[in-house]
Design a protein. Structure first.
Lengths: 463, 487
């Protein structure tokens, strides 16, 4: 909770920076604040007991704290990576504040106890992102991205709100624990519109995690937004949305799982197939990463599907989120530097091995991790998913996941082939700022480290 | 501990080599691989002295909550394959001395890394560890083929990678399925090989059949067996010579070794039900690949197809699950590893000296370089498994094993011997004998390194043809242990 407060405070502080003229100091302050937030988060983890706030609107239990930890750590790396995104712009301060508020929304989503907090979290997270997506004001694509994201996002929010209303109407509560109890007490007499509400919320959440067929916004928004904002969306936002998805469906709607697991299985299947085959056809790296993030969403949803039936712990999805977020930070950091010239196709990577061997190596690690090759963390993430799925009755989905993973290797390898094998048209070395080199190297090293000793992380997440 | 050293040493050496610029890296790589061979020889003698020596196994918990252990040990079969790997890698490195490669430090670093992964595959006693090494072996060879390969390498290596990855993922699912069935009595799940064997045998026929195919596909693609072989000829031809040697000499054995250790004892019922189908596929592969080999013009491609034929016979022998069949397969794996490296080196020498590998354009080389002709002939006779060469005992046992399974299969498999002799001798005739096709073509004396490698290979071919006992004993004992599990 203290972490959430600190970051909200930072957001307000950022807005004051313009007036009191400490713009230059803002980044160090924000980084310090994030470290402090992480420290408090960690202390709450060690405390071990759950305190709920505001009449049980929000409560940081182990699961919430774990997700918050992943989000805050990712945010730390992201801010260092993004320092020159802030330098270029005239309205730095607004951007800082917007990102920080999005972070606040994300943290709320990890630990809501009540449907209203859920809705608030979704909106607090999304509204800054609509603005950030369009933050390259003179770029047509960026404007398109912001606009598309706003319209589609509002649509999803409307679904979410309608779903909440219907569920409130049938159960008489916003509190997810009370809803859970109501479901188990009155299983037979739930009205039809309750089920409609659950499905509507499922649709809204699938939109937020960009699972197919509710993914149409993702490629355009990922491509059009400034690369670093795309990185934010595919790491922090995604993790938060999954945390919310999990809490809502695995705790709140566990009693009616027969209703939504079938639908979810179909959604996962569509996500895997559509995303992987579309990604294979892309020529733009950012679009490829967008589709890849849809396919990873499919994988993460599989854990939810498996858990509800066999009640394994949540460590698989936590590990997956961590591995995916860290790997994506490294990947986007490099994509950002490579595509600075404006060329966002795979050709931009041609000859990177010669133009900047260190970055090429880090990109290789990131791509192999996303493809799920040992001993990267992406492999263990995939392994946990397979392990979770094999005990369920959805074996067909598992086979589909295996087949589409092989397709996945195709487009990740395309980047590696371009870096090492394609002749370069542009022989200039790619110069990366020192702080960014640090983040990229560090995140790549973490990708390998938690792949070699996954026990440390996996055992921590087993509570 | 010594086994862990066998994995650790090449890893450290490879990291070292990555940081050494220029051609010094290849000398260091060669030195490291020779030391590695010495270590494995030490292990070999210790193993002969006392197979249960504690120094030969190593067990350390890796991920406790998931029952994953870093468990490695040696048995008869893995000892032989480790020996093969450590014997071949120095030869492969030595054979590259006449080729100038860009960025030699990465090239040799990757070869050593590959060695690490290969040895890991052969000594792993934990299913998960086995899988990790199995996948890890793919990455260095992928980069070797991608960075130093011939024309069109992008597309071809890519097909190779995706093909084998797909197979591996199926195997992973199969292994996880087994893992989920472990711990029946104690409730503690484990990846240890014996627990997986037990879990596999507790399954019913339907489940065993599913697991059989899941795992077999990975091995079948790696070997490769008809109809999963389509990646192989292009990859072999386009890879740099050393890459081809690694692929065919050692990596191919990952597949056959996998079937022996990670398939036969795991799903005996599945094997009974589907082994026949798999043997049929293998035998079809033998005949099919041999026929294609006969009409090949490019000598390297011819060897690639002959490799499919050989591995088909090996796989058929293993799948019979008879003592002779499996033991013959192990012996043939060793012989094929050595011979095929020799053959690919010969293809490389031809290309370097004459600028072509096309059999039609070559001819009369014997007249220009008699020594080469003799060495070539010895390697060739090993490959066609003439008595008193190393190929003979394996092939004899294999056909014997297949005969015990089915006389018809043996008849078709036996065709491979005849067809093999046809394409091998014809190619020799075309390349070495007859008239010179191009009078300008000269074929000077061999480079020292090439000669050294070929002589070592020829000595091994004859030595183990005449006296295969030390290897055969190990193979016999190792296979007995595996087959005991089947009963």
């Amino acid at each position: 909770m203290k972490g959430l407060l600190i970051i909200s405070g930072l957001g307000v502080l950022a807005m004051l920076a313009e007036i009191f003229r400490f713009k230059k100091l803002l980044l160090p302050i924000v980084l310090l604040g994030i470290v402090a937030a992480y420290a408090f988060n960690f202390m709450e983890w060690n405390n071990g007991f759950v305190i709920s706030y505001f009449n049980n609107m929000i409560a940081f239990d182990k699961m919430g704290i774990a997700f918050s930890g992943i989000i805050i750590a990712t945010a730390f790396f992201w801010f260092i990576l993004a320092n020159d995104y802030f330098e270029d712009e005239t309205n730095v301060v607004d951007h800082f504040a917007l990102v920080l508020f999005a972070l606040v929304g994300a943290l709320m989503l990890t630990s809501f106890k009540n449907m209203t907090t859920l809705f608030l979290g979704v909106e607090i997270m999304s509204i800054p992102l609509y603005v950030l997506a369009a933050s390259q004001k003179k770029d047509l694509k960026s404007n398109e991205a912001g606009f598309k994201y706003l319209i589609m996002g509002s649509f999803a929010s409307a679904f979410l709100l309608f779903g909440i209303a219907l569920i409130y109407g049938s159960t008489g509560s916003f509190d997810i624990m009370e809803i859970r109890q109501h479901i188990s007490a009155h299983t037979a007499e739930l009205p039809t519109f309750f089920y409609v509400g659950v499905v509507m919320m499922l649709v809204a959440m699938c939109f937020k995690v960009s699972a197919a067929p509710f993914h149409f916004w993702a490629p355009d928004v990922y491509q059009g937004s400034p690369t670093l904002i795309t990185a934010l969306m595919s790491t922090i936002v995604k993790t938060a949305a999954f945390a919310a998805f999990m809490r809502l469906f695995m705790i709140g709607f566990a009693g009616v799982s027969e209703l939504w697991t079938g639908i979810l299985a179909v959604i996962i299947a569509i996500s895997l197939v559509v995303a992987n085959f579309s990604a294979a056809m892309q020529s733009n790296v950012k679009r490829m990463l967008a589709y890849s993030s849809i396919s990873h969403a499919g994988f993460m949803l599989m854990v939810i599907l498996a858990n509800i039936r066999s009640n394994i712990s949540v460590d698989a999805i936590l590990y997956y989120s961590l591995a995916y977020s860290i790997g994506s930070i490294a990947a986007f950091g490099i994509v950002y530097n490579v595509t600075k010239g404006g060329d966002e196709s795979f050709d931009a990577f041609n000859g990177l091995a010669k133009r900047n061997p260190g970055m090429a190596l880090c990109m290789t690690v990131a791509m192999l991790s996303l493809a799920g090759i040992p001993v990267t963390s992406g492999f263990f993430a995939k392994y946990f998913v397979f392990t979770a799925m094999i005990g369920t009755s959805y074996k067909w989905l598992l086979i589909l996941a295996v087949l589409t993973s092989a397709v996945g290797a195709y487009y990740y390898l395309k980047v590696i082939i371009a870096m090492y094998f394609k002749p370069q048209q542009n022989t200039e070395p790619v110069i990366v700022e020192r702080s960014q080199v640090m983040v990229i190297t560090l995140t790549s090293a973490i990708v390998i480290a938690i792949g070699v000793v996954p026990g440390i992380v996996a055992e921590m997440f087993r509570f | 501990m010594l086994t862990a050293l066998l994995i650790g040493f090449p890893l450290i050496a490879s990291l070292l080599v990555f940081f050494i610029k220029g051609n010094a890296s290849r000398n260091i790589a060669l030195g490291a691989s020779v030391i590695q061979f010495a270590i494995s020889l030490a292990a070999f003698f210790m193993y002969r002295h006392n197979p249960d020596n504690a120094i030969l196994s190593f067990n350390h918990t890796w991920v406790q909550s998931l029952g994953i252990n870093f468990a490695v040990s040696l048995d008869g079969i893995s000892m032989l394959l480790v020996l093969l790997t450590t014997f071949l890698v120095p030869l492969i490195i030595l054979s590259s001395f006449k080729n100038e490669y860009e960025n030699p430090h990465s090239f040799y670093g990757l070869i050593l890394l590959m060695q690490m992964a290969l040895i890991g595959v052969f000594v792993a006693n934990d299913g998960f560890l086995f899988y990790v090494f199995w996948e890890l072996a793919l990455i260095p060879i992928y980069f070797i083929c991608l960075l130093w390969g011939g024309e069109n390498r992008g597309k071809i290596t890519f097909k190779f990678f995706v093909y084998t990855l797909l197979g591996s993922l199926f195997m992973l699912v199969g292994l996880i399925y087994l893992y989920n069935h472990t711990g029946g009595i104690t409730g503690v799940k484990s990846w240890m090989v014996n627990d997986l064997y037990e879990a596999g045998r507790s399954l019913d026929l339907k489940q065993q059949s599913a697991v059989f195919w899941m795992i077999f596909i990975a091995f079948a693609i790696k070997m490769p067996i008809f109809p999963f072989h389509t990646w192989q000829p292009d990859t072999y031809v386009n890879a740099p010579t050393q890459g081809t040697m690694l692929l065919s000499g050692i990596m191919l054995k990952m597949g056959t070794f996998g079937v022996i250790k990670w398939l036969l004892p795991v799903v005996p019922l599945g094997l009974e039900a589907w082994g026949g189908t798999a043997i049929t596929l293998s035998v079809i592969g033998i005949v099919y690949a041999s026929c294609i080999a006969i009409v090949q013009k490019d000598y390297k491609r011819l060897i690639a197809y002959s490799s499919i034929a050989h591995v088909g016979l090996i796989s058929a022998g293993i799948l019979t699950a008879t003592q002779q069949g499996v033991q013959g397969a192990v012996m043939q794996m060793l012989a094929h590893g050595v011979n095929v490296v020799g053959l690919f080196l010969i293809a490389d020498i031809l290309l370097r000296h004459t600028g072509t590998r096309e059999i039609d354009k070559l001819g009369g080389i014997r007249g220009m370089n008699g020594n080469f002709a003799v060495l070539f002939l010895i390697v060739l006779l090993g490959a066609v498994a003439l008595p008193l060469t190393n190929g003979f005992i394996g092939e004899f046992l294999l056909i014997n094993g297949v005969y015990q399974y089915s006389a018809w299969m043996a008849a078709f498999a036996g065709l491979s011997v005849i067809l093999g002799a046809v394409y091998m001798l014809r190619s020799y005739q075309g390349i070495m004998l007859g008239e010179r096709k191009d009078n300008n073509m000269a074929f000077g004396p061999l480079a020292t390194t090439d000669k050294a490698v070929l002589i070592i290979i020829c000595v091994v071919i004859i030595a183990f043809g005449v006296y295969p006992k030390p290897l055969n004993d190990l193979a016999e004992e190792g296979v007995k242990q595996i087959l005991m599990n089947l009963k």
